[in-house]
Design a protein around this ligand. Structure first.
Ligand code: AMP
Length: 192
């Protein structure tokens, strides 16, 4: 089963994807984590991505598309994967459709975790307070930009996947365990 978790920064995609990964034997693929690892390694991609990520902008489509195209062919993805933070533009979604078709693979469902902006700002403030801002992009200005970028560039994926009949929406403002239960229910319906 191949899934996408879609939602704004701070919606809980990473947490929820981690739970589904464990429950269903899937692999969670976070382009944000991969890019942070590239920055930490000082690789060419990391050097290109560092400043862009600190501003909260998106790295170029071809960079993340190349990373994902390679990663989904690794043997650990044989049972399926959860894309967390990818795609983030319609261009990336089209590239994903093309690469899956070429590899004879299928996307089963897109889970949108819906959360209001005001709640996200509060959550990120709490995360900064708890972690001392350990992520370079955890600042209020960057968050504001990341939300603007989400609405301008990523939210168009909602109608994109709706028109493919793949979109499943959960209310991400409920307590975390309730969100997990709702996601499991949607996955069950999608794969029944
Ligand atoms: P995340 O951990 O998913 O919030 O990603 C952190 C940052 O990495 C984002 O703000 C972007 O700068 C970059 N990034 C992660 N995934 C993508 C993607 N699919 N396309 C472009 N940039 C990305």
């Amino acid at each position: 089963m191949n899934l996408i978790f879609l939602g704004p920064p701070g919606a809980g995609k990473g947490t929820q994807a981690g739970r589904v990964e464990a429950a269903h034997g899937l692999v969670q693929l976070s382009t944000g984590d991969m890019l942070r690892a590239a920055v930490a390694d000082g690789s060419v991609i990391g050097r290109q991505a560092e400043e862009i990520m600190e501003r909260g902008d998106l790295v170029p489509d071809d960079v993340v598309v190349t990373i994902i195209a390679d990663r989904i062919t690794h043997p650990d993805c044989a049972n399926g994967f959860i894309l967390d933070g990818f795609p983030r533009t319609v261009g990336q979604a089209e590239a994903l459709d093309a690469m899956l078709a070429e590899k004879g693979m299928k996307l089963h469902a897109v889970i949108e975790i819906r959360v209001d902006d005001a709640i996200l700002v509060e959550r990120i403030r709490t995360r900064i307070a708890e972690t001392g801002g350990s992520r370079a992009d955890d600042s209020e200005e960057t968050l504001k930009n990341r939300l603007d970028v989400y609405h301008a560039q990523t939210a168009p994926l909602i109608p994109y996947y709706q028109s493919q009949g793949k979109l499943l929406v959960v209310d991400g403002m409920k307590p975390v365990d309730d969100v997990s239960r709702d996601i499991e229910e949607k996955i069950g319906l999608a794969t029944a």
